[in-house]
Design a binder for this molecule. Sequence first.
Ligand SMILES: *Cc1c(COP(=O)(O)O)cnc(C)c1O
Length: 496
Amino acid sequence: MNYNSTRDKKVCVSSAEAIVTGLSHEGGLFVPDDIPSVSMEEIKNMAGDGYVSRAKKILSLFLTDFTKEEMEYCVENAYTTENFASEDIAPVVTLDNQRNILELWHGPTCAFKDMALQILPYLLTTSMKKTGTDKDVVILTATSGDTGKAALEGFKDVPGTKIAVFYPRDGVSKIQKLQMCTQSGENVFVASVKGNFDDAQNGVKKIFTDPECAKKLEENKMVFSSANSINWGRLAPQVVYYFSAYCDLIKKGETKAGDEINICVPTGNFGNILAAYLAKRMGLPIKKLICASNMNNVLTDFIESGVYDKNRRFYTTISPSMDILISSNLERLLYLISNDDSLVASYMESLRTDGKYAVSEKIKNEIQSSFAAGFASDEDAKAAIRKYHDKYGYVMDTHTAVAACVYDRYADRTGDTAKTVIASTASPFKFNAAVLSALGEDVLGKSEFELLEMLRSASGLEIPKSLAELKEKSVRFDGVFDKSEMVDAIYGFLKI
Ligand SMILES: *Cc1c(COP(=O)(O)O)cnc(C)c1O
């Protein structure tokens, strides 16, 4: 299987090359030239296996140039019980006849990004060997909070790699900021950017496509790559857990093999839900993919109207990892649906120049046949946290709460009673203040560490070890940069 660029089909690379390069040279994203299929018989067989076997099976279908040994090495080192605080890696918690929570946050940074970023360094260093690269890879990442920390944990002290992370100064939670500023490792750099996530992401994208920068790195035997979900090596591992969740539902007797389920995903950059869409195209029986947004509801409007328009107010919400107005991975969906590179290129060009584009009626209908959408305000999300706590004794984080609220409204509106998997993307302990205040606790003037304790007693859950340990760590990175200063910050870090 090869990979094409969404903006130029003639670009054709192996999966190893797609992973090393991250982004195609003309700005497009890599997509597989064929979507593999998985039969119900194979799904039933996987139901008897654990996460590691399921991951090997699904990932091998996409990374066809990896040998069996290479795949085993990557998967077995990533999905260990040392890295993940759950035997199941991504356990499914059943709340009632319809609602199942897929907990994707048992990794080292307590957010779903670990599911991909624990394996990406293995995929990347293996890919580098395969493509004969003797350069050091410089991972350059913009983060709305969770990617940055997960990438730092994945790549710290990995030989042949360096990692630089930029986060929006006022757009991440206190815990997220602490997690990043105290990062250990000799090959890491962390800084904040004045502005919001889109400013940070645009700054990073600009550096990526700047020939001057590429030349300077080349001269120093370095090459950029990305740990953002624009990298195919981030997306492929995310397909695994949707298959795994379905297998678990079969195993628990919640679902019969072949029954259709819905999947509801709290969405920002459209990576997580795109992975679910790929699973559907591969044969996982998914009825509707429910795309849940917060007040930055550009995707709700797009799915309902076919018009993507980022010219709107930007909201800073209690689900900061979804505070995004340009959802990069939507480009992959448009390509996978239309199979038309010049059309996708033209949409992306209007997005760049006018901040909007309108898809054809045909594409809109295609999208609506697979996707439903909705959004939730901060108040709605808090109400969902309270409701799920009161009704099920289950405490969820603010991002998951957006999905729970959007799902509840979807189920009411449509009367659809199919079993549904709600992707839970962060531990509630990562967003203590908002979760506690939703539960009616007074959080005023409390330190982050007092809040951790408060949430422990309110939820009956254990405080994740990595968060409890933050108290002992000192701040290593406190730089603040303007968008225009990002390049020089990187040169400084790389000493070039
Ligand atoms: C990144 C993130 C999201 C959004 O995922 P996308 O793949 O960008 O759509 C949602 N919730 C949390 C907690 C996240 O970290």
